[in-house]
Design a protein. Sequence first.
Length: 317
Amino acid sequence: MKQQKKILLNTTIYNKKKNEILFFIVILSILVALVFASLLLKQKNKLNRILKEKNTLVSKQKEQAENKRNDLQQSNEHKSKLLSIIAHDLKTPINNLQGLLQMLESGIISYEELAEHLPSVQQKVDTLYGTIDNLLNWTFSQLNNISTQPTTVQISKITQTVFNFLQPIAEEKKIELVNQISAPTYAFCDANQFEIIVRNLVSNAIKFSPENSKVIVEAKIEKKHVHINIIDFGIGISPATMDVLFSPQNQISTYGTKGEKGVGLGLIICKEFAHNNGGEIFASANNPTGKIMRLLLPTNIYCIKDSFNTKQKRYLK
C-alpha cells in the first residue's frame, strides 16, 4: 500500500514537472515567435519606407523633369514670338530703304528728293543697327560657352564711353546726357556686359524722352552694392507695364517720342546680364514725369557670392 502511494506521488510530481517544462517551452516558443514576427514587421516597415522614399524621389524627379520640359517649351515659344517680332522690325526699315533706292534707280525720284528722306532713313538705320546689336548680344548670352568675367570696373568711365557713342542720337532730339557719377565709383562686374546694360538703358531713356530734356545717370554706394539710376523726364511708364517690362513673353513693338521703334529686347538683355553679375534691375516712376531704371551691382566678389547664395529677392529702396 505504501509502495503504491509512493509510485503515485512520484508520478504526480513527474507529470507536474513535465507540464511545467511544456508550459515553459510553449511560453518560450511564443516569445520567439513574437520576436521573429516583430523583426519581420520591422523589416517590412523599413522596406516599405525605403520603397515609399524611392517612389517619392521618382515622383519628384518626374515632376521636375516635367516642369523643366514645360519651362523649356514655354521659353522656346517666347523666344519664337520675340524673334518673329524682331524679324518684322528688321524687314521694315530694310524694305523702306530698298524701296527708296529702287525709286532712285528707276528715276521716280531725284537725288534732291532722296535727300529729303535721308533724316528718316538715318533714323531707321540707327534703329536697325541697335536692334541687330541687341539681337547679337542676346544670341551670345544664350550660348552655354559664353561666360561672365567680372572684374573691378570704374562705372563713370564706361558711362562716359556710352554717352560719347550715343551723343549723335541725343543731339538729334536736343537731349542733354548728364553723367553725375563720381570718378572713384567702382562695381565688380563684367565690363562688356555692364557697358551693354548702360547703353541699352540710356538709349531707351533717349527714345522715350521729348526734345530739349535730359537723361541723367547717377550712382551711390550703399553697404556692399552700388546703386545706379538712369533717369529720364519722358512719357513715363504705367504700373502694369512695369510688372512685365523685363519679361520675354510680354514684349511688343513700341514707339518712342519721334517714332523710334523697338521690341524691348534690350531690356531682356539688361536683366540677364544683371543677374549674371549678381545684380538686379527694375523700373520705377520719376514723378511727375519720366521713369528711373534702377541697376544694383556688387562692389566686390564676396557680394556676388552672397547674391547667388541667398534665396531672398532683393529690392532697391
